[in-house]
Design a protein around this ligand. Sequence first.
Ligand code: GLY
Ligand code: MN
Ligand code: MN
Length: 430
Amino acid sequence: MPDTDLLSLQIEHMGILQSRYEQVLEHHGYDGLLISSGAAHVRYGDDQSWHFQGYGPFLHWTGLAGFEHAWLVIRRGQKPLLSLYQPVDFWHASLELGQEPWLKEFELRFSESPSAPALDGMNQLAVIGDPSLLTGVPGEHNPDALCAAFDETRVHKTAYEIACLAHANKLAMAGHRAARDAFLAGASEFDINLAYQRATQQREVDAPYPSIIGVNEHAGILHYQYYDTAAPKKSRSLLIDAGVRYRGYCSDITRTTAGVGEGRFAALAQGLEQLQFRLCKMVAPGVDYVDIHRKTHLGIAALLSAAGLINDLSDRDMVADGVTRAFFPHGIGHFLGVQVHDVAGKPVPSPADAPFLRLMRTLEPGMVVTIEPGLYFTPSLLEPLLSGPLGRHINRPLLDELQGCGGIRIEDNVVVTDTGGRNLTREAEG
Ligand code: GLY
Ligand code: MN
Ligand code: MN
């Protein structure tokens, strides 16, 4: 059982949610809300299902990521009702609930049916969840404005949520250390993944997202999704982007390690880490997150010059001409919570110079963001530069050497505090 501080923070968290959700319901003219946890879909033409991870609003209240066909009812002025599906089933085990204090805050029911509980006395009921599971359920399904307002209740994390995110960081860092050691011992991507799983005691399917484990060239594929079972002839670089889910809450951490004898790549990775530290230090209330993204491009430009990869172009020209975009094509990060790319980050569309940025907001205390600059040697992105007029500024022999190391990403999880930022990942690193 977690420590008593965490358990009492959880009770406080539930009180805060009750008040936030009641305000939203009242504002939008509803008496109550029914939330479906969701259920795994059966694969087409098969009798096997995709692996299940629960719906965000259900996790926000319960943290229970593995409970299918559960329902939660939020009513103004009443305890929430939690209905858990427990069929008589000799094929499968039922998930057990620990005897924790937060359960006393719910009216708890167990049902042998996957159907929604019958609800009396509610005139204006909203129902949210996977539409394919809501057929025939009375009430208004997934009203846009209401769903957006509930997403907004997840933006400012409670003290309980921050404690869970901090612990998810601790658990993941143990995995990152084990992964780095396995890489330095010459392991394959597959074995590095096993080392990560063993250290985190987390099944692959329960992770917040599939771990990205790229050795050598594979480090340059942003969401590389396979694992080589053969060890590389030479272990030049490792990029691992992997997290842990703890009581519903996700960590999302990336580390890059240079192999022995990779001096130039190691220097670049160190340079990127220094830049990442400076970007993390920018996290503070009132800061426009898009500015952090734009500062990253200037920082990458300075690194490219200092490494001698790009010559005779100013940092500003490198950004304006799209050179830095070819090396750093993604956004600087996103909100983090019960979903790895947490909701409500884009009240406005991404600007033209940052099409993949997932967060376009001014930072406020309680928000939790990732800061994840990257620098990759991706042939499909660099080819147009090399063959165009800017190609003459690129140090081709050095690029050819570094291409075998794939790329670098360094990613931390940072809480916006009243006065600045709190880096949960570096805290966990110790
Ligand atoms: N792990 C996915 C991301 O960093 O956004
Ligand atoms: Mn990541
Ligand atoms: Mn991320």
